[in-house]
Design a protein around this ligand. Structure first.
Ligand SMILES: Cc1cc2nc3c(=O)[nH]c(=O)nc-3n(C[C@H](O)[C@H](O)[C@H](O)COP(=O)(O)OP(=O)(O)OC[C@H]3O[C@@H](n4cnc5c(N)ncnc54)[C@H](O)[C@@H]3O)c2cc1C
Length: 338
């Protein structure tokens, strides 16, 4: 078993495999965790899965915030849902600690090529390859799938933000960013702020303005999938996380879908391991995630397309958002009994 990529998806796959007693090797090209930019907010409950149950630790969880305010040109909208603000670096380190119980994690090792199922230059021929290698996935290419369509986002830390620090804030105004949004997420001591945009050229124009105004420090950017999830297995390989476009496309939330996908993958792989990988059929993985969040992710993809590409009026967007906020608040109140 080999996992390529040591972000949330790969480390979660390692952790869940370790819990099931399946050995693996994980290869991550960077020497440290959290190299990729992230807003560090986790929607605690996604499609019925609880982050705490999946993660099994408190390390890196800084605080929970129940209300997010969406600022539009036409006013403020409130949405109630549980968002955990985290230190992603610590969360990744903790996942690695749990994964190491049964696996070997090699940092600073990039897989350059996969030829006939052999990872190069490592010369490892695993029974199964888990592609957790992000938006530009090598495993995805090996499977013959086209690259995931991506937008772009950038984040930084800020200390001076003139907003209520007990709420998360999202700014959806054309004058701030077209085809996307800005966020202000209060962590324990600093704010994680940033902007995300589905069009690269618009991002470049907007970003320099946003950066100047917002006084963030340590800016870094990265691609975010804005695609429908498609085929996720072929040959002896499967895809998880960004590599599989498992992202809630209308908000760019990928942490929970990555973890849930990894959980389902580990379940399927454990069954194959019990039969000593005699017949490797990975189709149950695809059925598993499709039944769990396939429809939901596709819906968020179409919502984001309609929201940014079809509806041009900010007023209509505001009205639509108001309805979405009400529905989501009602949903979380009901399932979490608040
Ligand atoms: C600016 C920004 C803000 C975001 N904010 C949020 C948020 O607040 N909440 C949320 O839920 N989601 C957010 N997301 C999305 C979320 O971060 C991702 O969806 C999620 O982290 C996916 O994790 P992953 O492990 O699939 O991919 P990645 O984190 O990209 O991990 C892939 C790993 O694979 C490694 N790798 C790649 N190729 C190779 C190779 N050939 N050999 C070895 N290693 C390789 C990379 O180094 C990397 O560590 C944000 C994304 C961005 C860009």
């Amino acid at each position: 078993m080999a996992i390529i990529g040591g972000g949330i998806a790969g480390l979660s796959a390692g952790k869940f495999l370790a819990e099931r007693g399946v050995s693996f090797i994980l290869l991550e090209e960077h020497r440290e965790f959290f190299k990729k930019a992230c807003g560090e907010g986790i929607i605690r409950n996604t499609v019925g899965y609880e982050f705490h149950d999946l993660y099994g630790s408190k390390r890196g969880i800084e605080r929970e915030i129940w209300e997010t305010i969406i600022h539009t040109k036409y006013g403020e909208l409130s949405i109630e849902m549980p968002v955990l603000m985290t230190s992603k670096r610590e969360v990744e380190a903790e996942l690695a600690r749990q994964a190491a119980a049964q696996g070997e994690i090699r940092m600073g090792e990039r897989v350059e090529k996969i030829v006939d199922g052999v990872l190069l230059p490592q010369e490892i021929k695993p029974k199964i390859i888990i592609g957790a290698d992000g938006c530009f996935s090598l495993v995805r290419r090996y499977m013959g799938e086209r690259q995931v369509r991506c937008g772009i986002a950038a984040e930084a830390y800020a200390t001076e933000v003139d907003m209520d620090p007990d709420r998360c804030h999202v700014v959806l105004k054309n004058e701030v960013v077209r085809y996307g949004y800005a966020w202000y997420f209060p962590k324990r001591e600093v704010w994680n702020i940033g902007i995300g945009c589905s069009k690269k050229r618009t991002f470049r124009e907007t970003f320099s303005r946003f950066r100047e105004k917002s006084k963030g420090e340590g800016w870094r950017g990265a691609p975010v999938p804005i695609d429908k999830p498609g085929r996720s297995y072929r040959k002896n390989a499967i895809l998880v996380g960004d590599a599989a476009a498992h992202v809630v496309a209308n908000v760019g939330e990928g942490i929970m879908p990555s973890m849930i996908g990894a959980y389902i993958a580990a379940e399927v792989i454990e069954r194959l391991a019990r039969k000593d990988f005699r017949e490797v059929d990975l189709s149950p993985y695809e059925r598993g995630w499709k039944n769990t969040f396939g429809k939901y992710l596709r819906r968020t993809y179409y919502t984001s397309r309609i929201f940014y590409d079809v509806i041009k009026s900010e007023y209509v967007r505001h009205k639509l958002l108001a309805k979405m906020c009400r529905d989501t608040t009602e949903y979380y109140r009901k399932i979490l009994k608040r």
